[in-house]
Design a protein around this ligand. Structure first.
Ligand code: ATR
Length: 273
């Protein structure tokens, strides 16, 4: 049996086991996927344990996305530029390869909602934390015209310098109303909703407001965006799309059934409300 898991702390809330088990069951694979709490400081030892126990792969969530890199003997170009991994695969020598599927997951999630391409399009990214780094990497490599707006403006310049090949614009969040005038859509990576605050948006005029959060933390921000005339999408689609990319790294073949797993997650979140 192939063993898989998501590691993090906390990790009990993670939808990853449900997503991956949906595909494991659908495809009739002899595999299991569990969630395992790994406290900060225990990551390196835990990774050695997982290798000894023959785990085939791991997903990594907060706060370990950087710490796991110490245990990886190979890392994809995305991991190197973003500085974080969310997917680990055990190599034949028992060591780990690190990938980051958040970047292709974002592009796939945008396609799901009608954004077929990003090349040459003016896109606002709000926030400059870990989630923004993956978004920026994906959009930069796809030759989008990105403008990063962040509460702390210096951090916006820093993430562009670290994650991008091309120069992109950046500024303080207060510039949102002006910059949004001719932007095609917004990707919100800021975790304001987790603190019960809401980023005030200008008029959307039907454009897309794509929030990487989902569930209760995203609700207030998405409601405000709708009131302002934005077409909204939460981060659940991206969560499932990045999981699909991980699944393909471990098992090969075609991407698994995103819509089936997304439906299952939406039911779980509804039941939790
Ligand atoms: P993640 O890994 O989820 O991206 P993070 O690294 O903590 O989380 O980054 C959080 C981002 O949300 C940051 O860009 C933060 O802005 P600062 O760089 O100024 O801290 C942004 N953020 C958090 N709370 C916010 C709020 N209330 N309003 C605006 N931006 C906020």
């Amino acid at each position: 049996m192939d063993r898989l898991a998501v590691i993090g702390d906390p990790v009990g809330h993670s939808l990853s086991p449900q997503i991956h088990m949906t595909w494991i069951d659908q495809l009739g694979l002899d595999a299991s996927y569990e969630s395992i709490r790994v406290p900060a400081g225990d990551v390196t030892a835990a990774m050695e344990d997982f290798a000894r126990q023959d785990f085939r792969g791991l997903n990594v969530t907060l706060p370990h996305k950087q710490d796991v890199l110490v245990s990886a003997s190979q890392a994809s170009p995305a991991v190197k530029a973003i500085g974080a991994a969310n997917t680990l695969s055990r190599l034949s020598d028992g060591r780990w390869r690190a990938d980051n599927t958040d970047a292709p997951g974002l592009i796939a999630a945008l396609k799901r909602v009608g954004i077929d391409y990003v090349t040459g399009r003016k896109i606002i990214v709000i926030g400059a934390g870990g989630a923004a780094r993956a978004a920026l990497f994906a959009l930069d490599r796809a030759d989008a015209e990105v403008i990063v707006l962040n509460r702390t403006v210096e951090k916006a310049g820093q993430v562009i310098a670290e994650c991008c090949n091309s120069p992109h614009g950046y500024g303080p969040l207060e510039d949102l109303h002006t910059v949004a005038e001719d932007a095609e859509f917004i990707i919100n990576t800021a975790s304001a909703g987790h603190q019960d605050t809401c980023i005030q948006l200008p008029e959307g005029k039907g454009r897309l407001f794509f929030d990487m959060s989902y569930g209760a933390p995203a609700a207030g921000q998405l409601a405000h965006a709708q009131q302002q005339g934005w077409t909204t999408e939460d981060g659940l689609g991206m969560l499932v799309c990045q999981a699909a990319e991980s699944f393909r790294i471990w098992f090969g073949g075609d991407l698994p059934d995103v819509e089936l797993a997304l439906e299952a997650c939406r039911e779980t979140l509804k039941a939790d409300l």
